[in-house]
Design a protein around this ligand. Structure first.
Ligand code: NAI
Length: 351
């Protein structure tokens, strides 16, 4: 029986993994702590580690895991920016869950947007205190406005379809455009600059890469409409948060709905309600009435949690049955083995 060292365990992880593991029979050792230089030794005796978005697989962690004969890092998430792929290359294989429920993230992005544009967050608090005044709650229709969708992968496409359903004009941007799909929504592929200039809503669904790092920055924020709303359910570092705070402070944009934050690692998924938040940027963001933050919760639906557990355990089972390369393996060269976009054949395997 193969053993999995499972890091950064939350009660909902255990619930869904235990349920799905009845069909697989792995020996899962759950650890509350995150995987990092100090905790890597906990993986001793395991065959694979299971990691999440804030576990850090640095070169040193990769080295420690290799010393402990760990063969596989099974990410229970889609993004893999927390893994030093160069360091693990030819040492430990990495698999991920490329899609669990793209609907859950897209619907959360739209929930943040509607909450923002109709001041639901303010109305909720006001009404609970018995204040039924409507002053200051005037919103704006989305119908007829322009949505700029940044990256049209699985999540971006669904978000675009929902906003198209609301009656928005859809502009899209992607490094690898899918023109045929765009036609189905009357969506137009444009450059990122046009997205910034013409969109009333900009929703970020790009993976975090050196190219997309801080794509929302002082320069691109300056191009935006004064009432533009930015929604980020992608990765925090797509946005230069200091530049965002500055734009919000000077009312250069209309607001932001954020499920991710570039320095989220220390705060998100933890209870900080009785302590002072030391991160001044996060604290400042929380003061704006036109900023809504959720703590990386977009994936948290029953459907997504079941699918994450199912695919993660399938990935692990497949690896120990057939070995690499696997459809959900992450390619070192283009970070995308198994995907149609990976130009590296499995024979030339990046591993
Ligand atoms: P996907 O792999 O289906 O799509 C990614 C898209 O980004 C592709 O169309 C690709 O061509 C495009 N892309 C790649 N490099 C680009 C660049 N330099 N500029 C513009 N576009 C580029 O991924 P999916 O499932 O749509 O997820 C997108 C991202 O959402 C993930 O990478 C992850 O970071 C984030 N995510 C967040 C979650 C949350 O709970 N908040 C949950 C799941 C994913």
């Amino acid at each position: 029986m193969k053993t999995i060292a499972f890091f950064d365990t939350k009660p909902y992880d255990k619930l869904y993994f235990d349920k799905i593991n009845r069909h697989f029979g792995f020996n899962i050792h759950y650890f509350d702590v995150r995987l990092n230089e100090e905790t890597a030794q906990l993986a001793k005796g395991a065959d694979a580690v299971c990691a999440f978005v804030n576990d850090r697989i640095t070169a040193s962690v990769a080295h420690d895991l290799e010393q402990q004969h760990i063969k596989l890092i099974a990410l229970r998430c889609a993004g893999y920016n927390n893994v030093d792929l160069k360091a693990v290359w030819q040492r430990i294989h990495v698999v991920r869950v490329p899609a669990y429920s793209p609907h859950s993230i897209a619907e959360h992005a739209v929930a943040l947007l509607l909450c923002m544009t109709r001041s639901i967050h303010k109305a909720y608090n006001r009404v609970r205190e018995g204040n039924f005044l409507l002053n200051g709650l005037t919103g704006g229709d989305l119908f007829g406005k322009t949505a700029g969708i940044v990256s049209t992968g699985k999540i971006g496409k669904i978000t675009a379809a929902i906003l198209h359903g609301i009656g928005m004009r859809i502009l899209v941007y992607d490094k690898f455009p899918d023109v045929q799909w765009a036609q189905t929504l009357n969506a137009e592929y444009v450059d990122f600059e046009k997205i910034c200039k013409e969109s009333d809503v900009i929703s970020l669904h790009a993976p975090l890469t050196p190219e997309t790092f801080h794509m929302i920055n002082k320069k691109t924020l300056a191009l935006m409409k004064h009432n533009a709303v930015i929604i980020n359910t992608g990765r925090g570092a797509l946005i230069d948060t200091h530049a965002l705070v500055n734009a919000l402070k000077h009312q250069k944009i209309g607001g932001a709905g954020l499920d991710v934050y570039e320095e989220e690692e220390h705060y998100f998924f933890e209870d900080w309600s009785s302590q002072a938040v030391q991160d001044d940027t996060l604290a400042r963001l929380l003061t704006f009435p036109n900023v809504i933050i959720t703590g990386h919760q977009a994936f948290l639906t029953e459907e997504a949690l079941s699918a994450i557990a199912q695919t993660t355990l399938e990935n692990i089972e497949q690896f120990f049955k057939t070995g690499s390369p696997l459809p959900n393996e992450v390619c070192y060269q283009c970070s995308n083995i198994g995907s149609e976009k990976c130009k590296h054949t499995q024979q030339q395997a990046c591993f």
